[in-house]
Design a binder for this molecule. Structure first.
Ligand code: G1P
Length: 305
């Protein structure tokens, strides 16, 4: 029987340079979207999808992530003593996520590139597949994105990439899959991924959006790339290269995710995600809608912050 997916890795060692200076002291994973930091959305999605073994791969300067998920009994005691039950519950709920997802932290080590944290976290994984989620994307979906990826893996037994439709003009921001066959339920058979092509060269109008089911065949490719890197000390170790190498000899799928997708990795998309989550807030949403209507398209003096 196919091993089911219980492991996930969240690479969180990046510099967040596209969001500087906001991310100079605050890890980009800790920037709020709505009333939660981005990475909490990712962890909630994984826990809701039945993942029980989450590795967050970090680097120096990321201790706020650990602080966020770590239980803080003294704070909870104080809040309860002060009768601030809702706050105490909210603090405990975050620590509970860490318990349910068995979050562990790993220091990233090895060559530069987004394949390295994946290989770091795959140590000792044997034949198990695992999920890889970049902590830049937030999904609002009836079935969590991770669950949609797990289902695609369970149906195929092959590596699966999370995809979303994009406008062709945005292709240079993403890995764009080469689609061989459009199967049902948003499942696509793909033969590779072209990294950040110009619109005219984009092989399709889908983007890989930082969610992957990685199988041992891809881990083997990452290991091989890393071995070569240590031999020549040039280039970087990229997940896309490993997927492309794997697609040469294995079947690889893409799953078009149903749901609403917010990228938070650059200023424009981050602001959009914040705005959308604020508008959707049950209590404050109506207030903000009124404010947005009131401000309209005008630049009114005194209304900018
Ligand atoms: C990475 C991947 C790219 C993918 C993107 C999604 O690029 O290499 O294929 O489309 O994440 O966020 P990055 O944004 O790290 O440059």
């Amino acid at each position: 029987m196919r091993p089911t997916i219980r492991r996930a890795v969240i690479p969180a060692a990046g510099l967040g340079s596209r969001l500087l200076p906001l991310t100079k002291a605050i890890p980009k994973e800790m920037l709020p979207v709505g009333d939660k930091p981005v990475i909490e959305h990712t962890v909630r999605e994984l826990v809701a999808s039945g993942i029980t073994d989450i590795t967050i791969v970090v680097s120096g300067g990321k201790s706020l992530i650990q602080d966020h998920f770590r239980p803080n009994p003294a704070l909870v005691r104080q809040l309860r003593a002060d009768g601030k039950t809702a706050y105490a519950d909210a603090v405990e709920e975050v620590a509970e996520l860490s318990r349910q997802g068995h979050i562990t932290y790993l220091d990233q080590h090895g060559p530069y590139g987004n394949g390295t944290p994946v290989l770091n976290a795959a140590h000792g994984i044997g034949d198990e597949p695992m999920l890889v989620l970049w902590p830049d994307d937030v999904f609002v979906a009836e079935v969590p994105r991770s669950q949609q990826l797990i289902r695609a893996y369970e149906a195929t037994g092959c590596p699966v990439l999370a995809l979303m439709p994009i406008d062709r003009q945005d292709s240079a921001r993403y890995g764009v899959p080469v689609v061989q066959e459009d199967l049902e339920g948003g499942l696509l058979r793909i033969t590779g991924l072209v990294e950040k092509p110009k619109p005219a060269d984009a092989p399709s109008t889908y983007a890989a959006i930082g969610g992957y089911v990685v199988t041992p065949a891809i881990i083997d490719e990452l290991r091989e790339q890393t071995r070569r890197w240590y031999e020549h000390r040039t280039g970087e170790v990229y997940l896309t290269d490993a997927i492309n190498a794997c697609a040469g000899s294995h079947v690889v799928y893409g799953q078009v995710i149903s749901g609403r997708w917010y990228d938070t990795g650059n200023p424009a998309d981050y602001l959009t995600a914040q705005f959308a989550s604020a508008l959707a807030h049950p209590e404050y949403g109506p207030l903000l809608r009124r404010l947005a209507r009131d401000l309209g398209d005008n630049d009114r003096p005194g209304t900018d912050i």
